[in-house]
Design a protein around this ligand. Structure first.
Ligand code: GP9
Length: 405
C-alpha cells in the first residue's frame, strides 16, 4: 500500500545515511577492489595448527589494515549470492530462496551504480558459469559494465569447481583498467565445500587432524591465503595497491563444525556455548587503505549489510538518498547484526533463536561475558531485526526502490 511505502521511505530518512566524519572521503577518487572469499571463516585467522599458521599472509596483512574480528556473515539459503546482495545492495537476503534468482529484474541501489555515476568503471569477476545464482541477470540490473565469468579466464590450473584462485586473481588484475578509476567486485571459488585440494597444495602438516573435511578445509584456506599474497604482489607491481581500497571478507560459514567430532574441538577449543554460536557465523573483514590508513583491530560488531555505506563514504560519496539499510561501520559503537538464521546482536546482548523459532524459547546472552540473561533483555533487538527484515522484504517483493524514484 501507499501508506506502507511512505512508512518505509520515512524509516530510511531517519535511520540511514549518516557518515563518520573521521573516515568520510579518506580515499576519495581511489579504486575499490572488493574480494568476496568463498567460505573463509574468522577462526582460521591468527590460528596455528601444529605450530603452523593457517593464514600467514592474511595475518600480516591485517596488521596494516582495518580488521574486524567481530564481523558476521548474514547469508541465508542463497549463500554466496546472499552475501553479494548484502554487500552490494545493503539489503537483507530473503528468508527462502535467493533474491538473485527470484528478484533479479528489480531496481536496486548498489555500490556499482553509485560509483558509475561518478565516472568509475564497474566490473564483476567470478570464474564460474555466468548463469550460476542467476548472476548474468542480476549483474545487468546492478549495471556492471561487464561481468567476467568462466569463459573469460584461461586457467593454468583447475581446482574443484573451476580456475584456481591464483589464476583467477592474477588474470583479474590484468582486466583492471589503467586509465579510469574502477570498482572490481571479485568472488573467489577454490575454497568451496567440500574443499578438495590437489596433493601439491596440501603443504601444511595436519597429521593430527582426524576429520577429513576439516583437514581439506585447512589446506584449502592456506592455499587461498597464499593466492591472496600473489594477488597483492601483482597489484603492487601494477601500481594499483596504493591507489585502491582493497577489501576482503568471507561470504558465509564453511560447515566444518560437526558436533562431536574433532573438527568441533579444533574450531571451538574450550569455548562456551555462546562463543561457539558467535564463531559459527564470524567471517573476517579486512579493509586495506592506501598508506595503511585506519590500520588496527576494530572489536565492534558489524555485518555484511553495513559494507556498502561504509565503503562509499570512504570514497567520498553520501548515501542518504540511497536505499541502503546498513550503517557506516566507522560510526561510533556497535552495529546491529541480524542473521537470517535467527541470531541477532548489538554487541551488548546476543539473541539465539530456538529451533521452533518462537522468541521466548530462544536464549539471550550477555555479549561481554557469555552469561545467559533474562530473555526480555533481547526483546528490543529481536523486534528491531524483525522490523528490518519486513522493510527489506517489502522492498524486494514490491520492487519499491523503482517506485520510490
Ligand atoms: C558458485 C560459487 C559458490 O558460483 O559462488 O556458491 P555457493 O555454493 O557457496 O553459494
Amino acid at each position: 500500500s501507499k501508506e506502507r511505502a511512505n512508512e518505509i521511505d520515512e524509516w530510511f530518512s531517519t535511520n540511514t545515511g549518516k557518515t563518520s566524519p573521521e573516515t568520510f572521503g579518506i580515499a576519495e577518487g581511489k579504486n575499490l577492489i572488493v574480494v568476496q572469499l568463498e567460505a573463509i571463516q574468522d577462526f582460521v585467522i591468527n590460528r596455528e595448527v601444529e605450530g603452523q599458521e593457517i593464514t600467514p599472509y592474511l595475518n600480516e596483512l591485517i596488521k596494516d589494515s582495518a580488521y574486524f574480528p567481530n564481523f558476521y556473515h548474514q547469508a541465508a539459503q542463497g549463500r554466496t549470492s546472499d552475501a553479494d546482495l548484502l554487500v552490494n545492495t545493503s539489503l537483507y537476503p530473503l528468508a527462502t530462496g535467493s533474491a538473485f534468482i527470484r528478484y533479479s529484474a528489480n531496481e536496486y541501489d548498489s555500490i556499482s551504480k553509485v560509483l558509475k555515476d561518478d565516472g568509475y568503471q564497474a566490473t564483476a569477476h567470478h570464474a564460474f558459469k555466468g548463469s550460476f545464482w542467476n548472476r548474468n541477470s542480476m549483474y545487468s540490473s546492478l549495471e556492471y559494465d561487464q561481468f567476467y565469468s568462466k569463459e573469460d579466464y584461461q586457467p593454468e590450473e583447475t581446482i574443484g569447481w573451476g580456475a584456481s584462485d591464483e589464476d583467477f586473481f592474477r588474470q583479474t588484475v590484468d582486466m583492471m583498467p589503467a586509465d579510469k578509476p574502477f570498482y572490481s567486485f571479485m568472488i573467489s571459488l577454490t575454497s568451496h565445500h567440500p574443499y578438495p585440494m590437489p596433493k601439491k597444495h596440501k603443504v601444511l602438516n595436519l597429521d593430527n587432524v582426524e576429520n577429513e573435511l576439516l583437514e581439506n578445509y585447512l589446506h584449502s584456506v592456506h592455499y587461498v591465503d597464499q593466492s591472496i599474497k600473489v594477488f597483492v604482489e601483482e597489484l603492487k607491481q601494477k601500481g594499483l595497491w596504493e591507489n585502491s581500497v582493497v577489501v576482503f571478507y568471507g561470504d558465509h560459514d564453511a560447515k566444518v563444525m560437526e558436533q562431536g567430532t574433532n573438527s568441533e574441538t579444533f574450531v571451538t577449543g574450550d569455548k562456551n556455548e555462546f562463543e561457539l554460536y558467535k564463531e559459527y557465523d564470524q567471517v573476517p573483514l579486512v579493509i586495506h587503505l592506501p598508506e595503511d590508513q585506519l590500520a588496527g583491530t576494530y572489536e565492534k560488531t558489524g555485518g555484511q549489510l553495513h559494507l556498502a555505506p561504509t565503503l562509499l563514504h570512504m570514497l567520498g560519496h553520501e548515501t542518504n538518498d540511497k536505499y541502503f539499510m546498513g550503517k557506516d561501520l566507522f560510526l561510533e559503537g556497535n552495529r546491529l547484526v541480524a542473521l537470517r538464521t535467527g541470531s541477532v546482536t548489538n554487541g551488548k546482548v546476543w539473541y539465539q533463536q530456538a529451533k521452533d523459532g518462537i522468541f521466548s524459547n530462544g536464549t539471550c546472552y550477555e555479549f561481554e561475558t557469555g552469561k545467559k540473561i533474562d530473555i526480555k533483555e533481547c526483546s528490543s533487538i529481536y523486534e528491531e531485526a524483525q522490523q528490518q527484515y519486513r522493510i527489506s522484504d517489502d522492498i524486494i517483493f514490491g520492487n519499491l526502490i523503482k517506485k520510490f524514484k
